[in-house]
Ligand binder design. Sequence first.
Ligand SMILES: [Zn+2]
Length: 268
Amino acid sequence: MHPDTSSSVPLYRFDLPAGFSDIVHAVTTRTGGAGRAPFDSLNLSMHVGDDPQIVLHNRAITAAALWIDPAGLVVARQPHGDLVAVVRREDRGRGAFATETEFQDADALITGERGLTLICFSADCPPVLVLDPARNAIGVAHSGWRGTVAGVVGNTVRCMESEYGSSPADLVACIGPGIGVCCFEVGPVVSRAIDERMPLMRQCVELRDERTFLDLPGAIRLQLLDAGLAECNIETSCLCTSCRNDEFFSYRADGGTTGRFAAVVGMR
Ligand SMILES: [Zn+2]
């Protein structure tokens, strides 16, 4: 992932391999928007208490920076679960301007449609893009610790297999900025959930000075490998949202009330 210094709003782009020229994608930061503290400044979520008019303005300038239509955004409510919604042509614009039309139960969105843009909001939970250049399908998943324990990323891959005939070996995944093992101290609730529901993640738990830390991006990577992706097709951002709180919203570093940056992906 690298900063795109040419865009009108500060953005990061993943280092996609060749053959993805029809993919529009980016990761936003917290800078370049109109929001005031604690949502300063490019908050893109309607669910954090920010002024909706400012959020819509921020979405509009982000869309302009990406040369996409803000009316083509598709939004999921992201309740920290494992559900994947299939986005069809008639779903274009759901949640773009109002929360009522968002996919209410989903934390992941997949589509084979061109001309719409899937968006995933985050403040510590890594957003994950899944791209299938062979079948012309894309997906995005919101994979915080709850979603990762529930298997949302694995579900996203399996839904792309069943819906679009995707082969995991063809898929390219990009794990966006999220809270890193440097900062993500977890308690017994998380440890117990891992033991009971996703033992694969045990190897991503670190003990330091009698405290427990979780390597969440590492756990997502393992889940992608377990779903059949090739190691060389997974890119992981090295940016920790808590360490880089100047550049990204961090639920933990900001003490709970904060905005959301986003990962977006669409097919031209
Ligand atoms: Zn950190």
